[in-house]
Design a protein around this ligand. Structure first.
Ligand SMILES: [Zn+2]
Length: 100
């Protein structure tokens, strides 16, 4: 990973593509920066260089399957959209702080 990619990921005007033509993204849940083939969702409107990585999605899915009681109560079901994942990330983070 180069500084150039980092600076490309920090902005939302252009897609972050390195000199080899590979696309990069940042996971909004764990903060990992990796090639987009490690991501389940990425590149939604307004979040072109952000997404959720496969590892985080796997953890979230397992939580849901086990009737995860800590999931936030929302007025509608959470989807896999980046906006909803951000909401969830914020909630999980606050829950962690609360537990400690
Ligand atoms: Zn992640």
């Amino acid at each position: 990973m180069t500084d150039k990619i980092l600076s490309l990921i920090e902005q939302e005007d252009k897609v972050a593509i390195d000199s080899d033509g590979r696309r990069w993204a940042k996971c909004i849940l764990c903060g990992k920066i990796d090639l987009v083939d490690k991501f389940t969702t990425y590149g939604e409107k307004g979040y072109i260089n952000e997404g959720t990585c496969r590892e985080c999605v796997k953890v979230l899915d397992e939580s849901k399957n086990h009737g995860y009681r800590k999931l936030p109560r929302t007025t509608r079901p959470l989807t896999n959209s980046i906006e909803d994942q951000k909401l969830l990330a914020r909630f999980l983070k606050s829950e962690e702080d609360w537990e400690e």
